[in-house]
Ligand binder design. Sequence first.
Ligand SMILES: [Zn+2]
Length: 319
Amino acid sequence: MLKQLVNQCVIDLAIAPDGPILIKSGLPTISGPDMAFVTTWRNGTQEVYLPGSSLKGTFRSHAERIARTLNPVASCNPFVEANQPEASCGLCFDARKKAKEEGLEGPRAYADSCLICRLFGSTWFGGRLATEDAYAVGKPPRPEQRDGVGIDRLTGGAAHGVKFDLEVVTEGTFATRLHLRNFELWQMGLVGFVLADLADGLIRVGAAKSRGLGRVRGQVSRIRVDFLGPNAPRPANGQLKLTGAGSLVAESLAGAYDFVRPDEVDVPSVEEVSNGLRSTYICEGATFPWATLGRLWIEKAGRYEMPIEMARYRGGRPR
Ligand SMILES: [Zn+2]
């Protein structure tokens, strides 16, 4: 990916259960890697936490749904093989490499990927978004045992009298951070829609979500955006130009990556710290210009077209 860092964004997020969250199950059908919240031993006590990788997976599948609603080809499906419609970008690139195509790494891998892979990454590159593990703030919540009728409902009709080892958490606040690096503004817009749905309780986590478990709510407390390099924006007359990667790198590079250019919106200036190399802007979650960025995402997704080179490995013609 880009060798220089031109912008980055850190989003402080607090996630809280809104009802029971399954953390342990004696059933092989709902356990293992599909469990969103897991327990670990920390400082001599058993502690519940939400691994960043599982949070990222949850956000990704939600973002895929948002993308497909706007444009069916804006997102691949990570679980579909090459030569099928919706084949994952990573597997399409594998097939292109096998067909002796060259120069697929770097800018090409980004430019030919679907919009979701451009943000979340694929087997070909790391993506723009990273999520930290979410740990309990203050005293970790105590796991509770659930049994009886509740269990039968959870497991989808298990026999009466059969005991399962089921544990849930129903309280606590889990703090995490999302990081965006070298992002385009439409990517922040998409993240904003995912966070809005998280705030509204529309995103569920974990394997048992189809059984009515795993409802969480998330609240953004603080957003920090850094701009680096010679093109970094400075506030003027109370306005800041929020700037995406396309406007911060050289034009030829922006072209190679298929970055939106220019990629700028004016927002009311907020607290600013500059040390000459890096300008930092800090915003409260509620006052961040999500609506403005959201429009950029809707526009980007609406006019996205699958590259011919990728369509070839999806058994179809480009839209
Ligand atoms: Zn993709």
